[in-house]
Design a protein around this ligand. Sequence first.
Ligand code: PLP
Length: 412
Amino acid sequence: MTFDPVRIRHDFPILSRKVRGKSLVYFDNAATTQKPAPVIEAISQYYKTTNANVHRGVHTLSEEATTALEEARIRVAQFIGAADPATIIFTRNTTEAINLVAYAWGRKNLKKGEEILLTEMEHHSNLIPWQILSQETGAKIQTITVTPEGTLDMESFRKNLNSRTRLVAFAAMSNVLGTINPIQEIVEGAHRNGSLVLVDGAAAIPHLPFNVSASNVDFLAFSGHKMLGPTGVGVLYGKKELLEAMPPFLGGGGMIQQVSLETATYAAPPTRFEAGTPDIAGAIGLRAAIEYLHKVGLETVQQHERELTRKALELLRSEPEVVLYGPGLEHRGGIISFNLEGVHPHDVGTIFDSEGVAIRVGHHCCQPLMKKFKISGTARLSFYLYNTEEELEAIPRALHKVKKIFKSGVKV
Ligand SMILES: Cc1ncc(COP(=O)(O)O)c(C=O)c1O
């Protein structure tokens, strides 16, 4: 069936609501995405028919809930090309997945004087956990420079990679600039150097095909809520031998083999890293989201967003006072950051909202990148499969309103 975003929109109940008397235009997909009826329904059905705690019960509901959770794990593994579902750990989100690696792998493996290589465009989620780790271990953070165009300076990658580099951790796609980073080049360079690679896939995994086996990454983190799934569930993929050698992250029920009052032995991964009752409904919702995305096809999603981004960039370039950030279309996913000269991004966001257009404004949890570009924040548009070309018309309309209000001295 041919791809039709207008038809797809019927699956998303929230998209028919009004905001400030206008039809909602949702361009805040890099923050979180809307949920289609099959995801909402899967969660609702689980609570209506199956709800029970997992792993510890012998009764029917508990067995069914356990099967549903483990089937979700298998589906996630297939989705990212992981050969073994045991390499999939359910976390709360990308942030928790990265913290898990920093805590469990990092504390065991990093020593004073060793280095973690990040980039200047990292989300705080892929920065603060390493800062905490470096304060504890004495390991140092190095960074790959971002060019004025918003791409990674690969010369600085090669320069900073050395015998002390234990891990290279970077975003597959920047949540501010939309830059799609050269994953393969970084993975190959890092591995030749004997360094591991963690990919922050929060902004990329929902929007383009990615295969952990083909790309040979060591760790991958992403969030369900940014890919049509519910909030509260995320994923850490890790190579089996790395996970097996890692101590636990959180301790508690479910992650053990044998416990005495003094000590305990731990379960094998993924159970070792899933202490306490997991977000069972969340995992089931994530599975439904993956089925939905699979039906549409991630290549189709990526192509559609590319077309929207091309048109939106054209519209924005024709506005004289708009400053755009980030690279050309060949290196960019469906994210556009911009500023309107002389107007604070929060004011831009407020006026867009008055037109029913949801965009994100501010530093986008990337303060070092803002500092680099000498700005306090940006206004950010981010697209997904249910956005339409017609919706793009709201951009110049809202921008003209911003200019009218903030540039003409008219009081509101
Ligand atoms: C690139 C990137 N990394 C990490 C995160 C954190 O995701 P979460 O809040 O779901 O943990 C985000 C969220 O905006 C992101 O865009």
